[in-house]
Design a protein around this ligand. Sequence first.
Ligand code: NAD
Ligand code: WQD
Length: 346
Amino acid sequence: MNTRETVKTVLVTGGAGYIGSHTCVELLQQGYEVVVVDNLVNAQQESLNRVAKIAGKAPVFLRVDLLDEVALDAVFSQYSIDAVIHFAALKAVGESVAKPLAYYHNNMTGTLNLFRVMAQHQVFQLVYSSSATVYGDSNPIPYREDMPLASTSPYGRSKVMAEQIMMDLSAADERWNIASLRYFNPVGAHPSGLIGEDPTGIPNNLMPYISQVAVGRREHLSIYGNDYMTADGTGVRDYIHVVDLANGHLQALQLLARKHQRFSAYNLGAGKGFSVLDVVKAFEKACGQSIPYKFEPRRAGDIGEFYADASKAATELDWRAARSLDSMCADTWNWQSKNPSGYGQV
Ligand code: NAD
Ligand code: WQD
């Protein structure tokens, strides 16, 4: 069995992206060797220069597309990989509805290539980026890991399918040891202000949209729906600071190193919900200005309210969300105000 000491080199797919870059910082700071593969379809290499600045040590960066199985195989031949954290995926829900083939090809073929190459190289320790979207729209809240999985978009279904594939793999071959982490709503940025979320085009998600309004890139926030069955009528979500989330991956690696469990899923959320108006108010406090907003009709496919039952991660991973909504907003604002155009302005 692997111990913490034997897991030294971690391959991070999608490590130049938002959650991946924050996880690389924590890995490097904890003494892991980090090899990033990313095709930069939704990231800039500058994020990894910043990671190196924060951690005082650079990850290895290889511009590799997971769809290129030969190139991926060469990475595993060149480096002695002990464990993989698999972030690489396309993640825009609306775009996945418009371009299902592109999403299934990238997310499923990329994942199958990775799993095949891992098995060929006898690497069976895997931490997977799943999502609360796997709970679909019919489960009662709070969401628990043993609830049935379903999803309402091609993006979401690619996560459900990947989880099914991992369950089948671990049933067929006991050497697999997999933690699937179901993220709720990741927001925030590293407190240094050097790395953060840098969406391409118009942001789909609430926090980056608010921060672009605050920095003057967008005129006002559209709030989608004020007639939900929630305290103030706006949508309620379980926001999770990206640094807490990154640390969840280190806890998962450590769990895999001490316990062989084949496959297990964990909710990474704070276990409580905040409304859109709660987030707007907290952001106004963080940035010291008001955020103009207009109520608009509900967004297609949205659910009124969901949040995690986060008790399994607390018990088995010894992980809890520690950072408050105020610090999520303060860190987002610190990043956005220091980098008004994201990594574009270097
Ligand atoms: P991101 O887009 O910032 O990062 C994903 C990275 O993967 C990008 O750097 C992109 O260039 C890379 N990538 C995509 N396809 C690739 C391919 N074929 N080969 C190599 N690299 C490829 O997204 P993120 O927010 O950091 O999300 C990371 C993971 O977490 C994704 O799997 C996403 O589905 C999942 N997730 C994200 C959220 C969220 O709200 N951000 C919530 C739940 C789950
Ligand atoms: C949060 C709340 C909106 C934008 C999505 C994906 C999910 C996961 C995380 C990957 C909702 C409201 C938003 C805006 C608004 N990703 N809102 N105005 O929809 O919970 O989850 O990202 O797995 O799969 O679906 O996050 O940030 O888009 O929305 O009023 O401009 O903010 O209606 O209530 P969501 P979000």
